[in-house]
Design a protein around this ligand. Structure first.
Ligand code: UFG
Length: 326
């Protein structure tokens, strides 16, 4: 298939481009390089530098590359930031997706895969969280992804676009060649590894008064290679199926304190930690029930446990202590 990947120079998108190419697909990347890195783009992929806010730029890329499918990773992705800048998230994530969809539909794209999020599920009725759980976004970020799921619903109803919404829990880990390098970095595991590398003095644990066994937030960490595999399976399944919604996680919850402890064990560094007030927008517990994608598409994670995920990240960060060169 011919797949255009927005955000394909970013952390999760770049690993997906590698997986697409390894599976024999043609891939092109559309990325503004605001967060992404040119050197993270697979050499076999065509590269378009552009911003989804510029409708003519995405229209030109789609009409030149002529993809049959789109994978949409590019977006503002930070729960905490979205609580400070709600309308940037609600506005830009949504209008950028509209620009992308307009271009896709006008050029006859048939399939669309969205990076959606576990942040659709605040105040859940059941843990682990199944895809038919009540949607109550936990932040403007989660709400913006829900808006995009609704855009896809209407693109399907009115224009027949087939789509998959993949709701990731906490993406983590690195492949031997693709790693996590955000500026500024805000994610728990890379920040912990920066402490272990001596680049940061300590880690702040955002709150220990959550409704969890040790008081810190519980999350379900899932390896980016396993996410990539899910995208490839969903892409193929959209030949037969028209609409897919899946939750993607390992089904194991790890608290922030447990993640800190695992990083100490794996790196051998004491990793000092200090408890600070909560970060707005963080739900207590997010654990996925991924049985639907396992049963329907045969998805099987290769990194089912936190330690192997952290080990893969430590290997990459050790090799690239300053991240990508560009
Ligand atoms: N945390 C800390 N200290 C830090 C950083 C994070 O205690 O310095 C905590 C957070 O409060 C949270 C957990 O570690 O409980 C994980 O936080 P991350 O910032 O690594 O990730 P988030 O859970 O905020 O969000 C990630 C993605 C979102 C996605 C969400 C789905 O960034 O895009 O997972 O669960 F929506």
């Amino acid at each position: 298939m011919r797949v255009l990947v927005t955000g394909g120079a970013g952390y999760i998108g770049s690993a997906n481009v590698d997986a697409l190419i390894a599976a024999g697909h043609d891939a092109a990347v559309f990325d503004s390089l605001n967060q992404g890195h040119r050197s993270a783009v697979n050499e076999a992929a065509r590269f378009y530098e552009g911003d989804l806010a510029d409708a003519s730029a995405i229209e030109a890329a789609v009409s030149e590359f002529r993809p049959d499918s789109i994978m949409h990773f590019a977006s503002h992705t930070l729960v905490g930031e979205s609580m400070e800048k709600p309308f940037m998230y609600l506005g830009e994530n949504t209008t950028n997706a509209i620009n992308l969809l307009e271009a896709a539909l006008s050029q006859g794209v048939e399939r669309f895969i969205l990076s959606s999020t576990a942040n659709l599920f605040d105040k859940t009725e059941k843990i682990p969280i199944a895809p038919d759980e009540r949607i109550v976004p936990g932040s403007p970020y989660g709400e913006s992804k829900y808006f995009i799921e609704r855009l896809l619903h209407w693109a399907h109803v009115t224009k027949g676009l087939r789509y998959a919404a993949l709701r990731y829990f906490n993406a983590a880990g690195c492949t031997p060649v693709r790693g996590e390098d955000h500026d500024p970095e805000t994610h728990l595991i890379p920040l912990l590894l920066q402490v272990a590398l001596g680049q940061r003095e300590n880690i702040k644990i955002f709150g220990d008064d959550f409704n969890t066994p040790d008081g810190s937030c519980v999350r379900d960490y899932i390896h980016i290679e396993d996410l990539a595999q899910a995208h490839i399976l969903a892409l193929e399944a959209l030949h037969e199926r028209e609409v897919l919604h899946y939750n993607l996680g390992n089904g194991n919850g790890s608290s922030v304190k447990e993640v800190v402890e695992s990083v100490r064990e794996i790196t051998g560094h004491p990793v000092p930690a200090e408890v600070t007030p909560r970060r707005p927008g963080d739900p207590d517990v997010l654990i996925a029930d991924s049985s639907k994608i396992r049963e329907e598409l045969g998805w099987e994670p290769r990194y089912p446990d936190l330690k192997s995920i952290i080990q893969s990240a430590w290997d990459w960060h050790n090799k690239h202590p300053d991240g990508y060169e560009d």
